[in-house]
Design a protein around this ligand. Structure first.
Ligand code: ACO
Length: 322
């Protein structure tokens, strides 16, 4: 049988920083309100002309370096994004060209904040199937470009950034809980009116802006994420105590705390980066994972539980060993 392993992680945040103080000069909000309700302190904003594919490429380069590989070693790129460079071709194709990959397939997946986990499940399945051997799975966003800067209920919550992992599949007859172990992904299209963009190619012909009923999303988030995690634990027979690091999608510290408490993961095992870069949608899990690895906290062999929830609704959980 074949199994996929994570070989390297990378991340990139645009240079420009927008603090809560900066936002409070633009909107009727305050540093205190944002910190208390979300845990966010600042966010990064892509420069004029800086594209999602540039951010993705920077993160991918770092992941390749960490894996000790070059672009030529990669035969699959799966890029999760809600903010593509263009309607088509897929932003992954721009990344493929910028990196200078050899013969390979490259495409985007769209599951908003859950995009990275959907992308990881997709790439992992294709690698295990034997279609490809080494994949870049990337989450990258220029999410600030779809924000309505006059809506304080959403403008304060999001930022730009990108994260990436290199995964490789090899023949494996060893332990079942090595490498990438399992995924549980779900969607519920009947809740799309609670979090969406009010524009698009076939509906309005415009790009549109993010619209959200934050309070209702919050409640669904804790319930859906907890059920995905429970599904993963039930499938593997593992318990919350077995988890070394909890690497959640970084939307809001209160959601993270709520989920960690519900499943019984102590605070010191929760990786939190939302304070530093707000909600970067599909980029937040690989950014948090990269942070955990580069800060020396998460080490080879550690068991990692990841989860996400976002527009769609889409949500999921993944379990893997570094
Ligand atoms: N500054 C000051 N006041 C604000 C702001 C702001 N930026 N935004 C909203 N308010 C006001 C509201 O207008 C409201 O005022 P009112 O009582 O006079 O009507 C008051 O604050 C309370 O609003 P609520 O929406 O009830 O506040 P809540 O405690 O739910 O916090 C928040 C709002 C932070 C959006 C929260 O609901 C949340 O985080 N929801 C999850 C949404 C999310 O993270 N989505 C991301 C994508 S999905 C995902 O990744 C999980």
């Amino acid at each position: 049988t074949r199994r996929s392993f994570i070989r390297g992680t990378g991340g990139y945040l645009p240079e420009k920083v927008l603090t809560n103080e900066d936002l409070s000069t633009m909107l009727d909000t305050s540093d205190e309100w944002i910190r208390e309700r979300t845990g966010i302190q600042k966010r990064h904003v892509a420069a004029d002309g800086e594209l999602t594919s540039d951010i993705a490429t920077a993160a991918a380069r770092q992941a390749l370096e960490a894996a000790g590989m070059t672009a030529q070693d990669i035969d699959l790129i799966v890029l999760a994004t809600t903010t593509p460079d263009q309607t088509f071709p897929a932003t992954a194709t721009a990344v493929q060209a910028k990196l200078g990959c050899g013969p390979s397939a490259a495409f985007d997946v769209q599951a908003v904040c859950s995009g990275f986990l959907f992308g990881l499940a997709t790439a992992d399945s294709m690698l295990k199937q034997g279609l490809f051997n080494r994949a870049l799975v990337i989450g990258a966003e220029t999410f600030t470009r779809i924000l309505d800067w006059s809506d304080r209920g959403t403008a304060v919550l999001f930022g730009d950034g990108g994260g990436a992992v290199v995964i490789e599949a090899v023949e494996w007859d060893g332990a079942d809980d090595a490498g990438i172990i399992t995924h549980h992904i779900r969607t519920d299209g009947t809740k799309s009116d609670l979090l969406y963009v009010d524009g698009g190619v076939s509906s309005t012909g415009t790009i549109g802006h993010v619209r959200m009923e934050g309070n209702r999303v919050f409640k669904h988030a804790v319930t859906n994420i907890s059920s995905a995690i429970q599904a993963v634990l039930d499938e593997t027979g593992l318990t919350a105590e077995d988890i070394d690091w909890f690497v959640p999608h970084q939307a809001n510290k209160r959601i993270l705390d709520g989920v960690a408490k519900k499943i019984g993961i102590p605070e010191e095992k929760v990786v939190i980066t939302v304070d530093q870069h707000a909600n970067t949608s599909a980029a937040s899990i690989p950014l948090a994972l990269n942070h955990a690895v580069r800060s020396g906290r998460a080490k080879k062999g550690d068991l990692i539980l990841s989860e996400a929830m976002g527009g769609g609704f889409s949500w999921g959980a993944s379990l893997f060993r570094l």
